[in-house]
Design a protein around this ligand. Structure first.
Ligand SMILES: [Zn+2]
Length: 132
């Protein structure tokens, strides 16, 4: 009294294999030693405050771009300004963003595995006694 055909079981197993391979690749990307800087790296333009400066016109007349990292310190949004020699932090923040987006993808694959497993179990359930 099998609820699933061999073809259906094979399809489930193929889907699982694809998901597990994807999971292993994505999860392994988290296990490196490179430092991460928590925040969003962005480039900003600023006015210097001098009314006679071209930047007073705003728009693309402003100074910059300057690299900053938007982050939260004690729950409040802060912009961390970076000097030329601190550009490594910009790259570390970009790398952090990449890690977080990879982490989100891992969670999506995990939920797909969850759904696949629940579906396979559900498909095997016999709802009523059968007269055979
Ligand atoms: Zn200016």
């Amino acid at each position: 009294m099998n609820q699933l055909s061999n073809q259906q079981i094979s399809t489930y197993r193929q889907k699982l294999r694809v998901l597990l391979e994807s999971l292993e690749k994505k999860v392994s990307k988290a296990f490196y030693s490179d430092a991460l800087f928590q925040g969003t790296p962005i480039e900003v333009f600023r006015k210097c405050g001098n009314q006679n400066c071209k930047c007073a016109q705003g728009g693309d007349q402003r100074h910059g771009p300057y690299k900053v990292i938007q982050t939260k310190i004690d729950g409040r949004q802060k912009q961390v300004s970076l000097k030329g020699s601190e550009e490594k932090y910009f790259k570390m923040a970009q790398y952090y963003q990449w890690q977080i987006s990879n982490y989100r993808e891992v969670k999506m694959v995990l939920s797909q595995i969850d759904e696949l497993m629940a579906s396979a179990i559900d498909a095997r359930i016999i709802r009523e006694k059968q007269n055979d």
